[in-house]
Design a protein around this ligand. Structure first.
Ligand code: AMP
Ligand code: ZN
Length: 486
């Protein structure tokens, strides 16, 4: 399949033509959340960016297998700190798997509100311990990892003799390796740059498993190497995540894959930029992590009002995924207005009057929409073109521009596809179904009224009884017919 899609490959620091390894299939792996707390709105931005990318690839006709993992163990920021999930379980005196379950469900509900499509496969780290132990063993057997006091470390120095550690992040391996920071006496590592593949558990550690080396737990980077390989193969098309994962997480992933499987794992590395507040990265640890729940209720000191999930989604898509996006009430309010204007125009389009000729160039608009998205998923430019379509809609209604019936059909179809399928926006007024149901019941009541006027009482009674069976009580009063859910 040939498309004009170009993507920015972080690894080569260049825009490249997108050519999947085995078209029309595309393997997409995105690092998922660590489920020890509610996600913050910065995390949602990253997953929304990949939702846009996934949706556009589907729109282009690719058969995408989208794998997004759940990190439910072993997420250590450094090799000495406690696993975040275990810590939360210990503090709340509950099972670690209760923590995992609670926040996995919460994450799914959140992403559904933001209208993100679910991934094709959502594997968990704890569900792939056997595979992780196997990969460690392979790397040890190849002499690129060593055991030390029950823990196993990746030997960065040894690996660097034949590979380029730092190839993704651009870190200079000599600098990393010449790090003179003294290893404290407690460390089992040969070198500070080495990273853990397996950690022996301290007695108080809750989440631990048997392994050939000790009762312990896997290092954080390992799960993604193992799960991407298992579900997408040793070489796959796209690997994504937030920019903060480039180093050490993704750098270590590449090293593990090359050491274990002797293959370059990923063709295109895509990294999303950070959501900031007042220019600072949104991070829970610094008190700047606003959760989706707080955004939807407005219950946060940084917020002057609540915002709907679609407003937030639209706000996020108005920035390119590789740009930082600064969070402010003013920008969100502007997004709220803009989205409303877009959705109103979408409704209006179906009633546009048509003429013998078009003064607007629909083909050109369509080409520009694809041009924007093909340019590394440039959603802000695509949205700017959609607002041109809004402007045209209003001008055609006012008879200041014209459109033919054939152009109108393509115009509506394209704008709907971009707004609904690609950007994943929806009309929130009807999104919980209330207005839709109300509209359908009112329609049934109109039919019943007509049946009565036609003296077709069998039909009018049947409509009343069917509505009752579904759960709506119909009452005829002097002010007209009303209904109440039973
Ligand atoms: P974590 O649960 O910390 O592993 O994060 C899940 C995803 O959210 C990762 O891809 C991170 O890179 C991404 N992420 C974390 N903080 C932010 C932020 N402030 N803005 C955008 N993405 C973020
Ligand atoms: Zn990962």
């Amino acid at each position: 399949m040939q498309t004009e899609l170009k993507v920015y490959n972080t690894k080569n620091r260049a825009i490249e033509r997108f050519e999947p390894i085995n078209p029309p299939f595309v393997g997409l792996y995105v690092c998922g959340p660590t489920v020890y707390s509610e996600v913050h709105i910065g995390n949602v931005r990253t997953f929304t960016s990949f939702d846009l990318i996934y949706r556009y690839l589907l729109h282009l006709g690719y058969k995408v297998r989208y794998v997004r993992n759940i990190t439910d163990v072993g997420h250590l920021l450094d090799d000495t700190s406690e696993d975040k999930i275990s810590k939360k379980a210990r503090l709340e005196n509950i099972e670690p798997m209760e923590v995992v379950q609670r926040y996995t469900v919460d994450f799914h509900q959140t992403m559904e509100k933001f209208n993100a499509l679910p991934p094709s496969i959502e594997p968990t780290a704890t569900g792939h311990l056997i595979e992780q132990i196997e990969l460690i063993q392979t790397i040890v057997d190849k002499g690129l990892a060593y055991e030390s006091n029950g823990s196993v470390y990746f030997d960065v120095l040894k690996y660097s003799e034949s590979h380029n550690y730092g190839e993704l992040s651009g870190r200079n391996v000599d600098e990393l390796l010449s790090n003179t920071r003294e290893l404290d006496g407690q460390s089992d590592k040969k070198h500070p740059a080495d990273f853990a593949l397996w950690k022996k558990a301290e007695p108080q550690h809750i989440m631990k498993w048997n392994s050939p080396w000790s009762v312990g737990f896997p290092g954080w980077h390992l799960e993604c190497s193992v799960m991407s390989t298992k579900y997408l193969g040793k070489q796959f098309d796209i690997h994504g995540g937030g920019m903060d994962l480039k180093f050490p997480h993704h750098e270590c992933e590449i090293a593990q894959n090359k050491a274990g499987y002797d293959e370059e794992p990923v063709k295109y590395w895509l990294h999303t930029n950070m959501l900031t507040f007042n220019g600072k990265k949104m991070a829970k640890s610094e008190g700047t992590g606003v959760t989706p729940r707080e955004m939807l209720t407005g219950d946060h000191p940084l917020l002057t009002q609540s915002y709907s999930a679609m407003t937030i989604r639209f706000f996020m898509l108005q920035a390119h995924y590789r740009s930082t996006l600064d969070f402010s009430n003013e920008a969100l309010q502007a997004a709220e207005k803009g989205l409303k204007r877009l959705m109103v125009a979408l409704d209006t389009m179906s009633d546009l009057p048509t003429s013998d000729s078009s003064s607007v160039d629909v083909d050109d608009l369509i080409a520009r929409l694809y041009g924007a998205m093909n340019d590394d998923f440039n959603s802000p430019i695509a949205i700017a073109h959609l607002f041109e379509a809004v402007k045209w809609t209003n001008l055609i209604v006012d008879k200041k521009e014209t459109i033919t019936e054939a152009d109108k059909i393509r115009f509506i179809e394209t704008i709907h596809k971009f707004v609904i399928d690609v950007l994943g926006l929806k009309n929130e007024a009807t999104s919980d179904g209330t207005e839709t149901i109300d509209g359908l019941v009112q329609f049934a009541l109109e039919l019943r009224q007509q049946a009565k006027l036609d003296k077709n009482y069998a039909m009018s009674d049947s409509i009343r009884d069917r509505l009752k069976a579904i759960g709506f009580e119909i009452k005829d009063g002097k002010d007209g017919t009303t209904y109440t859910p039973i």
